[in-house]
Ligand binder design. Structure first.
Ligand code: R5P
Length: 313
């Protein structure tokens, strides 16, 4: 059993953790997290957490492996401090793309990370838009997966989207794009994409659907190098597409992503704040939607034993 709610942040995205805590209406708990000279991470909770319902906020963002290890160590510290229940709050779950053995002699890293979280002592997971919903099944503890579809579609419902069609960047993203298209009451097109080797090169092969003369709202779960988006835009323009809006739930943005996104001449790029972003890098055509309300409300419901699914109805 557990008593009151306690929420703590790792070092990965303290702005998001503070916003989540504010939504719940209580301050972030006090915890020291730092690295020794030998890169070993040290964690010490600076308040009593015995029997408390502990939520640890840490998206797996750059430096990704440090973020993961830090959360594992925080969970271990909380377990050894006799926390009543520990929920790992992971707004962005890295390694999600490694979710199956699709080549010889490769790992399933998304499963390995799930095992590590459980072994460290996590009792529950709260996350948002896993790369594939089936990753939930890599855990033997309850997983609540929030969906950025709700804030993103709510935002677009307030915008003038005339003559628009929603476009999925690959066949795997069809359901995600369809859900958005249904909520915006617009048609759907899908890009037939293939990846070339393991070197982050994506190639759009065909456009399934009629985009000629249409404006396109391209949706993806995450953007890393923006190679997928660039090749999608090329294919769409070749088929006669006009104005463009790009949206993604997790703006991971690495390597050439910023330059590539700038070169698209998109009307708007709409992302969430599941991943931190340096303010000076944010271009004028980018809109960042907050996910703290969803996470805060979900945490309040988990704590009081109410339905999290009811948030989406
Ligand atoms: C792939 O299956 C994902 O849905 C994204 O399309 C991918 O992660 C985007 O990566 P990048 O921006 O590097 O092309």
């Amino acid at each position: 059993m557990y008593t009151d709610l306690a929420i703590f942040s790792g070092r990965a995205h303290s702005a998001l953790a503070s916003a989540i805590a504010a939504r719940i209406g209580q301050p972030l708990g006090r915890v020291d997290v730092f690295e020794f000279t030998n890169e070993n991470i040290f964690v010490q909770f600076q308040e009593n957490i015995r029997q408390r319902d502990v939520f640890l906020v840490q998206p797996f963002v750059s430096p990704v492996n440090t973020s993961i290890m830090e959360l594992l160590i925080m969970i271990d510290a909380a377990r050894r401090a006799s926390a009543g229940r520990i929920t790992a709050v992971i707004p962005y779950y890295a390694y999600g793309r490694s979710d199956k053995k699709d080549q010889p002699r490769v790992p399933i890293s998304a499963r390995l990370v799930a095992n590590l979280l459980e072994t460290a002592g996590a009792d529950r997971i709260l996350t948002m838009n896993l790369h594939a919903g089936q990753i939930q099944g890599f855990f033997n503890v309850p997983v609540d997966e929030l969906n950025a579809l709700y804030p993103v579609s709510a935002y677009f419902q307030t915008q003038r989207l005339e003559n628009y069609i929603v476009v999925a960047t690959d066949v795997g993203g069809e359901k995600r794009a369809r859900d958005l298209a249904v909520r915006l009451d617009v048609p759907l097109a899908i890009i037939d994409k293939r990846r070339v080797g393991n070197n982050e090169v994506a190639e759009a092969m065909h456009v399934i659907g009629d985009v000629d003369g249409k404006n396109c709202l391209i949706v993806d779960d995450e953007i890393l190098t923006a190679g997928t988006i660039v090749s999608a835009v090329k294919a769409l323009r070749a088929e006669g597409a006009q104005e463009l809006i790009v949206t993604c739930y997790h703006p991971v943005f690495g390597g050439p992503a910023w330059d590539r996104l700038a070169s698209l001449n998109a009307r708007e790029i709409v992302v969430t704040d599941s991943v931190p972003m340096a303010p000076e890098k944010v271009p004028s055509n980018m809109t960042i939607l907050p996910v703290a309300p969803q996470f805060g409300d979900a945490i309040a419901r988990i704590h009081s034993g109410q339905s999290v699914g009811a948030l989406f109805q």
